[in-house]
Design a protein around this ligand. Structure first.
Ligand code: HEC
Length: 438
């Protein structure tokens, strides 16, 4: 694998990352919108599937309940009353006295009852072999019912289900086979008026159909979807808003940091330049007497090729640099007590052994606990100044001698010209020396 950031591949990735960061807010918004749409679509899909499976489940249960009601009626009512002499069990129970319906009629009537009572939902038991008295309203009434019969004959175990629009209203059409059992055969093959008399066990006698409108379910899920949309949109807006703010903040901070880093870099560069190009030797040294860091000028002053060489070779500043090691002791003592030392002059050895005059300004650097860490400061070669000072002093001394002589002559001249002197001279001349000494 090639490392990211190398070659044209690296350029591509860097470009992509730059694009992503620059267009982050737009991309995020698009992403969120995409997520919201995708979520809603999948939620719509999911809820549709849910509505359908729920409606199917419901239809299945209704069919099952109808069948159980028929079964219960057949076992508990029809069977029990069958043998009573004055009770008849017939399809035509409505028109006869002391008659109860046969189970199939009971089921047909129960289905109609449901249809009449239950808004929307309807149930129906039908077949393509209706009994003569059902010719009017029996038999399959539409395409779905015909198809359901055909399909269930082919595959009786599988309910036949269709979802369709009934005049703009979505409905579920559910059909399940009414199979001939051993208990059904006899009666169906013998009953007076039976349209077909060779039924066998397992034949599909007819269809139990449930029609279920989906409106109420859909209204519920639509409501749910609407809430979901509002919620997701809200979350997206808050999310994008928050992220935009956060990104803006981040970007600002990055810019600020970059500017600060740049300023720092420039400052460091400046300091480094000042440090490297200074005429004075700048140093950091340890109290034990080693150089820790220094600039080119320091090496130059002491005659070393580089500061590195100096750091390596000087292991005891007091002995190797100071001509008078006590001066170093004094220097250290003043640093420890006063913290700084100014214009401290001492004689130093250069690498070649030559002795030069140096002047040092230094301070003591301490750690946060106040312990001495190292000394730092500046060294200057003042040999030239010293030499000139000495020269000057000599000249001064010479001058003084000259001046002293001149003064004396002047004094003499002044003295010899003063009135007092002249008077004294005249007096002296007037004095007869011969007689004076006598
Ligand atoms: C006691 C006789 C009898 C028995 C038992 C019986 N049926 Fe029927 N079945 C009838 C009669 C009669 C009708 C017609 C009823 C009517 O139209 O009201 C009928 C109608 C039907 C129909 C509707 C046919 C149509 O097109 O209208 C189906 C389906 C059916 N029976 C299935 C069954 C099954 C399945 C069983 C067994 C679980 C069964 N029946 C048991 C007598 C019987």
């Amino acid at each position: 694998m090639r490392p990211v950031g190398s070659g044209s591949g690296g350029r591509f990735w860097r470009g992509l990352v730059r694009l992503l960061t620059r267009r982050a807010v737009t991309l995020l918004t698009l992403l969120f919108v995409g997520i919201v749409i995708a979520t809603l679509l999948s939620m719509a899909q999911l809820s549709k599937a849910l509505v359908q499976s729920q409606a199917t489940q419901n239809a299945m249960l209704t069919a099952e309940a109808l069948k159980q009601a028929g079964l219960l009626y057949s076992e508990r009512v029809a069977e029990e009353l069958k043998n009573l002499p004055d009770i008849k069990i017939t399809h035509d129970h409505l028109n006869q006295a002391n008659a109860i319906p046969i189970p199939s009629t009971y089921l047909i009537e129960l289905s109609r009852h449901i249809q009449a009572k239950n808004m929307g939902m309807s149930a129906r038991l039908y077949s393509d072999y209706p009994f003569p008295w059902r010719q009017k309203d029996g038999g399959p009434r539409n395409d779905f019912e015909r198809q359901a019969l055909a399909e269930l004959r082919k595959n009786p175990a599988q309910p036949y289900i269709r979802f369709r629009d009934d005049q703009g209203r979505p409905v579920l059409q559910y059909a399940e086979a009414s199979l001939m059992k051993a208990s059904c055969i006899d009666c169906h093959n013998r009953y007076a008026g039976s349209p077909k008399t060779d039924w066998r066990v397992g034949d599909v006698r007819g269809v139990l159909e449930i029609i279920q409108p989906l409106e109420s379910y859909e209204i519920q899920t639509r409501e749910g979807l609407k809430q979901m949309f509002v919620l997701l949109s809200g979350i997206s807006v808050v999310g994008v808003g928050g992220l935009t703010l956060a990104l803006g903040d981040l970007r600002r901070r990055i810019t600020e940091r970059r500017q600060a880093e740049e300023a720092l870099r420039i400052a460091e560069e400046n300091y480094r330049s000042i440090f490297e190009n200074a005429v004075e030797g700048i140093f950091q040294s340890s109290p034990e007497g080693r150089y820790l860091r220094g600039n080119a000028a320091l090496a130059r002053i002491y005659g070393y090729d580089s500061c590195q060489e100096m750091i390596e070779q000087i292991t005891d500043i007091g002995r190797q640099i100071y001509v008078d090691p006590e001066r170093r002791v004094e220097f250290q003592r003043r640093l420890e007590t006063e913290g700084t030392v100014k214009n401290f002059e001492y004689r130093s050895y250069r690498k070649d052994g030559e002795i030069i005059w140096t002047q040092i300004d230094a301070r003591l650097v301490k750690d946060s606990q106040g312990r001495a860490l190292y000394y730092e400061g500046m060294v200057q070669d003042i040999s030239e100044r010293k030499r000139r000072e000495a020269e000057l002093r000599q000249q001064l001394a010479d001058l003084k001698v000259e001046i002293d002589q001149g003064k004396r002559q002047q004094d003499v001249a002044q003295l010899t010209q003063s009135n007092f002197f002249l008077e004294v001279q005249q007096e002296i001349e007037a004095i007869d020396l011969e007689s004076f000494w006598r």
